[in-house]
Write a protein that binds this ligand. Structure first.
Ligand code: DC
Length: 227
């Protein structure tokens, strides 16, 4: 009999710190990590490369179905390859993020990426980061977290991240982009960004990363997911 791998889902708006928290958590548990946002970003970037319009649902669905992507581990760092190009950095740009949010509104694109996401759920377990991990992709997950923070705080974190990587950023512009993306992600018809009924909602505005990770570890322990 095949045993289903345990899953912890982390959903929430962009910039809430899900990526950092889920990476740390997956490392400590020794589990797989799924960055589902990267798949939407890769779909957007592949569509941009092939001159497919962000409103062309059937074209975008074809791109999503045929996404030629690999996630390679290199010295503890994940390198993301799209059609033989290293796109680890380029998929993080604001332009790709904003287009990812547009392609993600199409149900045919979401359906095309579903199987690929579920394939990450292998033993000993999976930490899945996204918008609909607990509501659509892994409804059976043992532990579901919905992480939020105010848009001011998320913009502040994003600006700090950009400055640290040598990119200049304007706080008001970053905040406006974040709010525009929230609006689109929360109000789309397919798989909108909402907490699962059985999710724990966590406002991280005033929580350091380590405190968030510790909180989730305690919840995981309470459910017998870690020793
Ligand atoms: O988390 P991120 O910023 O990398 O995600 C980029 C976009 O992808 C985001 O605006 C919405 C979309 N997305 C989604 O619709 N569902 C997911 N599970 C993950 C991301």
């Amino acid at each position: 009999m095949q045993v289903e791998a345990p899953v912890i889902t982390l959903d929430g708006p962009g910039g809430a710190g899900k990526g950092t928290v889920s990476t740390l958590l997956a490392e400590r548990l020794g589990w797989q990590f799924l960055d589902s946002g990267a798949l939407y970003r890769l779909t957007a970037l592949a569509a941009m490369n092939h001159a497919i319009d962000m409103t062309n649902e059937s074209g975008l669905a074809v791109v999503a179905e045929h996404l030629d992507v690999s996630f390679l581990q290199n010295d503890g760092r994940t390198v993301i390859m799209l059609e033989n190009d290293d796109v680890t950095e380029s998929i993080r740009s604001e332009k790709v993020g904003s287009n990812a949010s547009k392609v993600a509104a199409f149900s045919r694109v979401r359906d095309a990426l579903l199987k690929r996401q579920r394939a990450f759920a292998v033993m000993p377990g999976l930490v899945a980061d996204g918008r609909d991990m607990g509501t659509v992709v892994f409804t059976q997950a043992e532990l579901k977290i919905f992480m939020t923070a105010t848009s001011d705080e998320r913009a502040r974190r994003r600006v700090a991240q950009l400055l640290a990587s040598g990119v200049n950023a304007d706080f008001e512009q970053v905040k406006a982009d974040i709010e525009e993306r929230d609006e689109r992600d929360m109000n789309r018809k397919t798989a909108p960004l909402v907490p699962a009924e059985d999710a724990i909602e966590l406002d991280t505005t005033e929580m350091p990363i380590e405190a968030v990770v510790r909180f989730i570890e305690q919840e995981a322990k309470a459910r017998g997911l870690m020793s």
